[in-house]
Write a protein of this length. Structure first.
Length: 365
C-alpha cells in the first residue's frame, strides 16, 4: 500500500464505501464515513479530508475523531428528503433526457419548501401529498408521487435509508376522470378584479390578474414577462420565456408565440411603463421586487376570493376562463389555440362542449 505523505488525507474506495486515510505521529489512521463511494458523497468526503488536513497543520487535530465523523444528516435514518432526492437526481441525470430531468428539479423545489432539512416520515409525507393536490392537477401529483417512490426505493438499494424507510409506498392518488376545466363567469371576473382594486394589501396584483384573465397565458408566462417582450405600443406580446419555481426557462411547449392584445390590455400595460423602465425589467414584479412567487400568490388569491364571496377556483384557471369565453362567443378554436399556446387537439378534447364551429357531416344519400 502506498505511503500517504505527511499532512495529506487520502480518500479510498473500500468495497464501494468511502474511507479516509492519513498519518499522525508516525502512525497510519483510518476513518470510515459510512457513505457510499459516489459523486455526491465524495463532496462530503473532500470536506472532511480538508478539515483533517487543516487541523493536522494547525495543531487542532481531534484524536478522538468525533469531529470528523459523518454528521447526523448523512445517517440512514436521518438524511433529509431534499438531500436524498438530489442524490437520486445526480444518479438519474445520465439516464433520462434533459426535459424529463426538469420534472425532477421542479420537484426538489416543492420538497425544499415543505421539508426544509427534515427527513421524510409517514406523517409529513402524507401532508406533502395533500399539499401537492392543493396546488396541481391530480394527474401531475400522481406522477410526482411516482418519482418519490422510485427515489426512495433507490435510496434503500444504496443504503441511504433503512430498508423499511419508503414512506411513500402506501400513498396513492386516484386520477379522476377528465372533466371540463372550470371557468369563472364574466360577473365573477369583474368581482375578482374589483376585489384586488379595493384591497389595501393586494392592490399591487390587480394588473397582473387582469392580464391573466384577458390573455389566457400560463402563470409562469405572466411571471416571466419582460418589457422587451412587448412592442413599442404594447399592442403585441411575445411569449417565449417563463418563470417557475425560482427559475427562468423556455415555455412549457418550448415554442414561442406572438399575440395581438386587446386595446384595453395594451393601454393597461402602457400605463405601467415609466421613464426608468428597462427592457429586462419584469412587467409584473413581486411587491418586493423579483419574480412573482406562485405559492405566495395562491394565498393572496384565496384571501381576495373569500373577501368578495366568489367560489374558489385555482389562479391557473384564469386561463381556462379566457378560453371558455372565447369559444362561447364563437371564436375559431385554431385561433384560440394560437393565442394560448395550446395543442389544437388538446383544445378540442378539453373544450369540445363549448366549440360552436363543430364540422357537420353532409347528407350524402
Amino acid at each position: 500500500m502506498a505511503r500517504t505523505p505527511k499532512g495529506e488525507v487520502a480518500i479510498l474506495n473500500k468495497g464501494g464505501w468511502i474511507q479516509l486515510r492519513w498519518r499522525y505521529q508516525g502512525k497510519r489512521h483510518y476513518l470510515s464515513l459510512g457513505l457510499r463511494y459516489d459523486a455526491i458523497s465524495l463532496e462530503v468526503a473532500n470536506q472532511r479530508a480538508t478539515q483533517i488536513r487543516l487541523d493536522l497543520l494547525s495543531g487542532n487535530y481531534d484524536e478522538t475523531l468525533r469531529k470528523y465523523q459523518a454528521d447526523a444528516s448523512q445517517q440512514p435514518d436521518k438524511i433529509g428528503a431534499v438531500a436524498l432526492f438530489q442524490r437520486f437526481i445526480a444518479w438519474k441525470a445520465k439516464r433520462v433526457d434533459s426535459r424529463t430531468l426538469e420534472k425532477y428539479h421542479g420537484l426538489v423545489n416543492w420538497l425544499r419548501e415543505h421539508f426544509g432539512d427534515r427527513p421524510a416520515d409517514v406523517d409529513n409525507a402524507e401532508e406533502f401529498v395533500v399539499w401537492l393536490l392543493e396546488n396541481m392537477e391530480p394527474g401531475t401529483a400522481k406522477e410526482r408521487l411516482g418519482l418519490l417512490k422510485a427515489a426512495w426505493n433507490w435510496g434503500i438499494e444504496n443504503e441511504w435509508i433503512v430498508p423499511k424507510g419508503n414512506v411513500w409506498k402506501d400513498l396513492d392518488i386516484r386520477k379522476p376522470p377528465k372533466r371540463r376545466p372550470k371557468a369563472f363567469t364574466k360577473e365573477e371576473v369583474r368581482q375578482i378584479i374589483k376585489g384586488f382594486e379595493q384591497s389595501p394589501s393586494y392592490r399591487h396584483y390587480v394588473d397582473y390578474v387582469r392580464f391573466k384573465f384577458t390573455t389566457g397565458v400560463r402563470t409562469g408566462e405572466a411571471n416571466g414577462l419582460r418589457w422587451r417582450h412587448l412592442n413599442d405600443d404594447c399592442s403585441v406580446v411575445w411569449i417565449g420565456e417563463t418563470h417557475t419555481h425560482g427559475q427562468f426557462k423556455d415555455t412549457k411547449t418550448r415554442k414561442s408565440r406572438e399575440v395581438k392584445l386587446a386595446a384595453s390590455t395594451a393601454a393597461m400595460l402602457r400605463s405601467r411603463m415609466t421613464d426608468i423602465t428597462e427592457g429586462d425589467d419584469l412587467v409584473f414584479p413581486a411587491p418586493r421586487g423579483g419574480a412573482m412567487d406562485e405559492h405566495n400568490f395562491v394565498r393572496v388569491w384565496k384571501a381576495v376570493l373569500e373577501k368578495v364571496g366568489v367560489r374558489y377556483i385555482r389562479p391557473y384557471d384564469t386561463r381556462c376562463t379566457f378560453i371558455s369565453h372565447c369559444l362561447e362567443q364563437g371564436m375559431n378554436p385554431v385561433e384560440v389555440a394560437a393565442i394560448t399556446g395550446h395543442d389544437v387537439k388538446t383544445l378540442y378534447r378539453d373544450y369540445a362542449g363549448l366549440i360552436k364551429s363543430h364540422p357537420q357531416a353532409p347528407e350524402l344519400f
